[in-house]
Every structure is written in structure tokens, then in C-alpha cells.
Write a protein of this length. Structure first.
Length: 130
């Protein structure tokens, strides 16, 4: 068994606060079929329903992923698909998917993207700096 086997990638949904814990229903993002399985998480902090998280079994801490990969409903079919950051455009951020031929991209002003790109640029070091 690998250490990663105890982690799951989740997309949070509805959340309540009970007895000092945030109780969240989430989709477990594993496999090739949708809808994804539902799981219940108990966390010490609230989770943003617009972000994906790594959650370890038995832990009350969930690690947020950078927002460069998203699970979104296709605008035409409402079927979930995986979208990857492609580029910044004049009216938002373009994400592309390889699941659909006719509607393979979505451009929106996704929250958190500006900050995530700034963090990457700030933390980047030139390759020849070593």
C-alpha cells in the first residue's frame, strides 16, 4: 500500500457546521464514469465548493489544489468533464477539455485564478539561476 492510497481527490458540495466540525457532502473524483461517488467529510475548516481538495482518510484537514484543473459541467450537455487551464484571455481564463469535440473550452472569470497565476510567477526561478 502506498501513502497516496489513503488520500482522495474530492469536490465539496453542501456543508453544515455541527459539534465543532464542518460536515460536507462531496464527490470523490476517481474513475472514468460519472456521476462520481458521494462521500461525507468532517473538516476543521470550511471547504470552498469551487475548488478540489486532497483529503486523507481520518483527517480533519483537506489540502486545496491549485485552480488549474477543474471539474465542470459542459455548457451544452451539463455532463461533468475535466477542464485544464489553457491561457488568460481578455474576458477571463480559458480552460479546455478533451471530453467533447464540439464544445471543448470554457472561458470565464474564474475566482482565484489571478492570485494563483501571481503565486506561480512570484515563486518561479529562472532555469539558469542554479
Amino acid at each position: 500500500m502506498h501513502h497516496w492510497d489513503s488520500f482522495q481527490l474530492v469536490l465539496p458540495g453542501l456543508m453544515t457546521f455541527t459539534d465543532g466540525s464542518f460536515v460536507c457532502s462531496a464527490q470523490r473524483l476517481v474513475g472514468t464514469r460519472t456521476p462520481f461517488a458521494s462521500v461525507t467529510l468532517q473538516t476543521a475548516e470550511p471547504l470552498d465548493s469551487q475548488r478540489m481538495y486532497f483529503a486523507a482518510e481520518g483527517s480533519r484537514i483537506a489540502l486545496p489544489m491549485m485552480p488549474f484543473v477543474k471539474v465542470l459541467a459542459s455548457p451544452d450537455t451539463a455532463i461533468n468533464a475535466c477542464y485544464f487551464f489553457n491561457r488568460r484571455e481578455a474576458h477571463g481564463f480559458k480552460f479546455v477539455s478533451y471530453h467533447f469535440e464540439d464544445k471543448d473550452s470554457v472561458t470565464e472569470a474564474f475566482p482565484g485564478m489571478e492570485e494563483a497565476l501571481a503565486d506561480l510567477i512570484e515563486g518561479a526561478t529562472p532555469l539558469d539561476a542554479e
